[in-house]
Design a protein around this ligand. Structure first.
Ligand code: SF4
Ligand code: SF4
Length: 372
């Protein structure tokens, strides 16, 4: 083993079992490991202790309104596509207390109970998912007002990314340029081959976590294998999306008949927004105990599909599913660009897989274009 850590930008190869050493180094550095694991017949993200918790030998099959996990013929560590969870639930939790108020001696006082933000190491972040984190960075940190809760978690996250060689039936990240290869912003990026991981070091912290890992320089043959695996993944994407005429296509077709057709199928259930890694709508609630002595203000995920979300003074501005679905699709693929300078979609396909009636954003956009 070389007695020095690999440089930033270096490609080195490690035995797959030695990923455990990287995870041990992260734990010793105080990180909580969050990674993929099998739970209730799905591959979800949760706290893991080591490589034994990874979904080794599992994969998934995804189609509109359909998700199943099945055994693989091999023992791949990351041989699955993204599941129902995304990393946003750790950076922007579904329910988060903002502050608490207690009644004491006849008056109300804000309880000072600031807790340090958790230090997460995300294990197995795909290219589309890393782009989703960058998009939420723009939402929560990009404007004149930064979200302190998001910032405290985000600024200490360690990202162990994985180049995706297993796209699913609903994926279209290649069309959007967000995958299958991981972009910038990772600490370590892995490419999984049969017996080894190719490790690309992306940061000083990433290099430090490689200190006790036996490695060797990656061979030209291994780099070629990695390139071929990524090229195969691009071809295996279940879907494609032409973005060349967005956002004008949607803005110019706000009264298209297709909105009525999709509204007739859509249940307004909000599943698509819950699984989407970039959706950020939220509500702020005041909750009190029955005696009226303790109150807390909590932020919870909300959705543009909920009827209350569009209720403003004087009435509801999107009373029908047609208006709510159109709002969602045009925000993702048009007005998000006006708002944040970037598309609001990364092509992960979750909204297609987890829509109970199998509504497919790529199909809806093609239909408005007149291609279906
Ligand atoms: S809109 Fe659908 S495909 Fe795009 S990022 Fe959200 S869940 Fe993924
Ligand atoms: S598009 Fe599908 S997932 Fe989204 S609200 Fe409608 S039925 Fe639910």
């Amino acid at each position: 083993m070389p007695e020095f850590t690999p440089n930033i930008g270096a490609f080195v190869s490690i035995q797959k079992s030695d990923l455990q050493r990287v995870l041990e180094a992260l734990k010793q550095a105080g990180f909580t490991l969050i990674g993929p694991t099998v739970d209730e017949s799905a591959i979800v993200y949760g706290e893991i202790d080591g490589i034994d918790d990874l979904p080794i030998g599992w994969t998934d099959r995804q189609e509109p309104a359909s998700y199943r996990i099945v055994r693989r013929q091999d023992e791949a560590f990351f041989g699955y596509t993204v599941g129902p969870h995304s990393w946003k639930k750790f950076l922007f939790p579904p329910k988060q207390r903002l502050f608490r108020v207690e009644k004491k001696n006849g008056s109300f006082q804000v309880v000072d109970e600031e807790e340090p933000a958790p230090r997460f190491a995300f294990i197995g972040v795909r290219g589309c998912e890393l782009q989703a984190i960058h998009i939420q960075d723009r939402v929560f940190l990009g404007g004149p007002y930064q979200d302190p809760n998001y910032k405290a978690r985000r600024q200490q996250v360690f990202v162990l990314a994985v180049n995706c060689t297993e796209p699913g039936g609903t994926c279209f990240c290649a069309s959007l340029g967000t995958g299958p290869q991981v972009g910038s912003g990772f600490d370590i990026a892995l490419t999984e081959l049969d017996d080894t991981f190719i490790v690309e070091v992306g940061s000083e912290v990433g290099a430090t976590m490689m200190r006790n890992v036996p490695w060797r320089p990656t061979s030209a043959f291994e780099l070629q294998q990695a390139r071929e695996a990524l090229a195969t993944a691009v071809k295996a994407m279940g879907r494609q999306l032409d973005t060349s005429d967005l956002p004008d296509l949607l803005y110019n077709n706000l009264e298209h008949e297709r909105w009525n057709q999709v509204a007739a199928r859509c249940l307004s259930c909000a599943n698509c927004t819950m699984v989407c890694p970039t959706c950020f709508c939220n509500d702020v609630l005041e909750v009190s105990d029955l005696k009226g002595e303790q109150f807390e203000r909590v932020r919870v995920w909300d959705s543009c599909f909920s009827i209350e979300f569009s209720h403003v003074h004087g009435g509801n501005i999107r009373p029908h599913t047609r208006a709510r679905y159109r709002q969602w699709l045009t925000h993702k693929f048009a007005s998000w660009i006006d708002q944040f300078g970037i598309l609001g979609c990364v092509g992960c396909g979750r909204c297609i897989t987890w829509c109970p009636v199998g509504i497919d954003v790529t199909e809806e956009i093609d239909a408005i274009r007149g291609e279906v």
